[in-house]
Design a protein around this ligand. Structure first.
Ligand SMILES: [Zn+2]
Length: 284
């Protein structure tokens, strides 16, 4: 454990309410050769990238971390440059899964985006709730030419812009504490896009998560320190050096919490699905 700056690994005090819960809402997958997903991956090893929203329930209001694929995902795929399209499997949208589970939409404060790329925002097309986003990411999304899906799906949504008004958190320079109790803390990680964030969710001392968005596409980015392949870093990332720094920060936390890259189905592990009835109530 390093104590050099007093913030690298010291768990920040969090006082999450006992009735906080978390669920995964997988909305589909898309296929990518491992060779394009992380350095050292093989072409023949194909990875199914997850497009999963995560529902974090809290007495002061719930949030969805990202929105997954939406009802118009096929149309959104057609909006992308041809080289970015890949075979997709579409499942039920986050909106459909919430309805099937009998979820009360009135609890939902909004969708908290890790970043604004299409595969994280497509599901906003069927969610009539605010978008929680930092100013830097709104600017990024509005400048984007190759991926205009955010501009399409977010046009009618209220945007709740937040700033990083809180102290350094787990090695990151600043933070925003969503509920004021340390249970959902957002930090800036501006490498993949200029306004990308990492979301730390703490349900209890032994149940901590870091939702790192596309800081790494697969868990190999954490377990083996594997970056994206050079070509993909150049194509996909705003600041590859920043990604490297943030990957190191997150890897140092892996012993304290579950690290969840947005697109690795393995990362969601034991996070329960949102299902109807008592199953959802009993879930952690
Ligand atoms: Zn992505």
């Amino acid at each position: 454990m390093t104590k050099n700056d007093g913030r690298t690994d010291a768990p920040t005090a969090a006082a999450p309410p006992r009735d906080m819960k978390i669920f995964q809402l997988p909305t589909g997958t898309y296929e990518t050769p491992a060779a394009l997903a992380f350095q050292g991956g093989r072409f023949r090893d194909r990875r199914h990238f997850a497009a999963t929203a995560v529902l974090v329930q809290h007495p002061r209001g719930d949030v969805l971390i990202d929105a997954g694929f939406g009802a118009h995902a096929q149309e959104h795929i057609r909006m992308l440059p041809r080289f970015r399209r890949s075979p997709h499997t579409l499942g039920a949208t986050a909106s459909e899964q919430m309805d099937t589970a009998g979820y009360d939409r009135g609890r939902l404060l909004g969708v908290l985006l890790t970043h604004s790329h299409w595969d994280h925002v497509s599901g906003l097309d069927s969610l009539d709730v605010p978008i929680l986003v930092p100013r830097e990411e709104l600017a990024y999304a509005e400048r984007s030419r190759g991926d205009r899906v955010f501009q399409r799906v977010a046009a009618e949504h209220e945007r709740r812009v937040y700033g990083f008004d809180g102290p350094a958190h787990r090695g990151f320079d600043a933070s925003h504490d969503l509920h004021g109790d340390g249970s959902v803390v957002i930090v800036p990680a501006p490498g993949h896009t200029t306004g990308s964030v990492v979301v730390f969710v703490t349900l209890g001392p032994d149940r901590r998560f870091a939702f790192i968005g596309d800081l790494a596409w697969q868990l190999d980015g954490i377990t083996c320190g594997a970056q994206r392949p050079l070509l993909m870093r150049m194509l996909a990332d705003s600041d590859p050096a920043q990604i490297r720094r943030d990957l190191d920060r997150v890897s140092a936390l892996a012993q304290h919490m579950r690290i969840v890259p947005a697109h690795d189905t393995r990362g969601y592990g034991d996070i329960p699905l949102l299902v109807p009835g008592p199953g959802a109530d009993e879930a952690p």
